[in-house]
Design a protein around this ligand. Structure first.
Ligand SMILES: Nc1nc2c(ncn2[C@@H]2O[C@H](COP(=O)(O)OP(=O)(O)OP(=O)(O)O)[C@@H](O)[C@H]2O)c(=O)[nH]1
Ligand SMILES: [Mg+2]
Ligand SMILES: [Zn+2]
Length: 376
């Protein structure tokens, strides 16, 4: 298993655990019922495992090892259609084929069994091969290797929110800009190898001059910064330019205006937006599903539900320094090669903070993220 060689094919025996499948199905049905009640019947109908009854608990498939060390199922390409997952809820995925057709798809059990984590077997943005295609439905036979993923941790497990995007739009409200949250999103983008844009929304609520310090800081770090108001339309044309021909995922806390911004960019979308609860001052998670939307001007956007806890999964403390782009020139100059830049003598990062080559707010974020603090 350990060898990371591509094009090596081997037989893999995959357990199709019916019992586990059943339990998962029930859970997902409930979840599905909450989000989209009229679809329950479809799921129930489409979710048969293989049709061979209880005896087919194991199946041998041919799989090729990918460069990442994963396994890719061998499928008959002549009968499959390539497509993109527009949204994935529970066991069902909405897939747009390359020829434009949109289908409701189930997922072949073997695809789930081969996924490292069943929850992430198919996610929004995945490129897939679909078999058994008829007018409205199909079956996902294979998920292509992912690049550009945004993940968060969910009960200490990785939860991929979206895959195959090339840009993260970090949306924060001008009147309540929390730099540590901005930095946490930027670290996520660096980790997922996605370019990041900082979008400061609701600039109608204050004098933009107050933001100069922040916009200057992030622009100097090399991040694109855009100031917007979904309310007045300020900055919307600039935002539209930044989205053209790219695949962008919008992320930010609930209530910051992600869906409102997308509606301003393309009024026909009519995404649901919501009032901020006056009692808690927080948004109420108006957007419920992660959905890939095609823009008239070219490109795709992904509206995501507000992320309350973007805990960074799989983040090794020693790696964090590399995700703070401006730390990179200094880390090699620390006295100790394994310097954590927290308490050590002779730390070049701390020295750079003292001489203001590194902004103190960035260093404060580094310390909090390094300590694994829950930041929200
Ligand atoms: N003043 C002002 N209000 C805005 C602006 N953009 C959005 N809002 C308001 O903020 C509230 C939340 O907007 P949404 O677009 O639903 O926020 P969201 O980020 O999509 O929230 P979730 O879907 O819950 O993650 C709504 O009441 C909007 O009208 C803005 O630029 N200025
Ligand atoms: Mg929303
Ligand atoms: Zn150091």
């Amino acid at each position: 298993m350990g060898k990371k060689k591509s094009n090596r094919k081997r037989k893999v025996r995959v357990a199709l655990k019916k019992n586990r499948g059943k339990r998962a199905r029930r859970g997902n049905l409930t979840q599905q019922a909450r989000t989209d009640p009229e679809r329950i019947e479809d799921i129930a109908a489409g979710e048969r495992v293989s049709g061979k009854g209880d005896t087919s608990r194991y199946r041998t498939v041919i799989a090729a090892e990918t460069e990442e060390g994963g396994l890719q199922i061998d499928v008959d390409l002549s009968t499959c259609h390539a497509g993109r997952v527009l949204s994935a809820i529970g066991q069902m995925s909405r897939v747009q084929l390359d020829d434009g057709r949109k289908l409701e798809c189930t997922v072949r059990q073997v695809v789930r069994s081969l996924a490292r984590d069943q929850r992430n077997a198919v996610v929004t943005g995945d490129r897939v091969l679909v078999g058994d295609v008829d007018a409205e439905t199909g079956v996902i036979e294979r998920v292509e290797p992912r690049h550009g993923v945004l993940s968060r941790s969910s009960r200490h497990r990785a939860h991929v929110i979206v895959s195959n995007v090339d840009q993260l739009m970090v949306v924060v409200p001008a009147d309540d800009l929390k730099p540590v949250l901005v930095d946490r999103f930027l670290v996520s983008a660096e980790q997922g190898e996605i370019a990041a844009v900082l979008c400061i929304n609701k600039i109608d609520l204050l004098d933009p001059v107050e933001l100069v310090g922040w916009t200057g800081l992030y622009a100097r770090l090399g991040y694109e910064v855009v100031l917007t108001s979904a309310e007045t339309g300020a900055g919307i044309s600039r935002l539209r330019q930044l989205l053209a021909d790219r695949e962008t995922v919008f992320a930010g806390q609930s209530g910051v205006g992600k869906s409102s911004l997308l509606n301003s960019i393309q009024p026909g979308l009519r995404l649901l937006t919501g009032e901020i609860s006056s009692s808690t001052g927080k948004g109420r998670h108006v957007t419920r599903r992660t959905e890939l939307i095609e823009l008239d001007g070219g490109g795709y956007v992904v509206d995501t539900p507000g992320i309350r806890q973007l805990a960074l999964w799989d983040l090794i403390p020693e790696e964090i320094e590399g995700f703070f782009v401006e730390f990179r020139p200094f880390v090699a100059l620390c006295h100790f090669p394994d310097c954590s830049h927290t308490h050590e003598e002779g730390c070049a990062v701390k020295r750079a903070v003292e001489t203001e080559l590194i902004h103190e707010s960035r260093y404060a974020s580094y310390l909090r993220i390094h300590a694994g603090e829950d930041l929200v």
